[in-house]
Ligand binder design. Sequence first.
Ligand SMILES: *[C@@H]1O[C@H](CO)[C@@H](O)[C@H](O)[C@H]1NC(C)=O
Length: 291
Amino acid sequence: MRSFAPVFLSAVVAWLELAGTAQGGNFYQDTEMTWGDGRGKVVDGGRGLDLTLDRTSGSGFQSKSEYLFGKIDMQIKLVPGNSAGTVTTFYLSSHDDEIDFEFLGNVSGEPYTLHTNVFTRGQGQREQQFRLWFDPTTAFHTYSILWNPQHVIFAVDGTPVRDFKNHEARGVAFPRTQPMRLYASLWNADDWATEGGRVKADWSKAPFVASFRGFSADACVWDGGRQRCPEGTMEAAAVAGAGSGRGWWNQQLSDMSYRRMRWVQRKFMIYNYCADAKRFPQGVPAECKLR
Ligand SMILES: *[C@@H]1O[C@H](CO)[C@@H](O)[C@H](O)[C@H]1NC(C)=O
């Protein structure tokens, strides 16, 4: 798992360049704790935020702003050691739509599951799950959601792992009208998370800690019923042209990024709703058959 083909590495570098160099925000300014009664703490003068989970409670925070499209990055270092039963989340959500990253813990030495989902009009059932190609507990890694009018692209350290496209023309709902807030949490899901709930959290190892830093939202902020985009968001994209990768507003996967995503999916995807015919006896959802 540790050896990468050189072509893969250079592709990662290319994506990172396209992704730009937005600086991490300040957690005091940009976020607020939502629950956990002191179990979530801003650290390092605002540059980081630690969430903890003990037998009594987990914790969570949210962004102060709501966004309507943007590129959201977060660096996360997940609960190390025996993280069985814990779930760390990082997601965008509105009343009806949601774009989810969830990290399902495991017993020491066994891999986490990266779980992704997209809800539109309250309807989810679009899970795709992956193994990670690194240990997500020893260092910070960047998890990104690129959300523009045509795509929801999930990326890990700049590598796209999933691209949910706007297929509204083919009758598939797309999150496009409701501003979303960013949420993150660490909580106990030992009734289902690890091997369907068979493996429980080991509370002798509590408190569990997941660390966040480098939150950046290059995004259109929803402000008093108006969408305010960073200057040049649409202009830059219009000049650069769709797919050129300057500016997230028009960004889509280049042929090279698309091939890289397919490579990741072939090697690391462990569940795909589109391949779960048993679950959809009437046929898999429409977007599964569209490219
Ligand atoms: C935990 O590890 C086992 C063994 O490698 C694996 O089968 C299982 O899917 C993992 N569970 C999660 C939640 O990732």
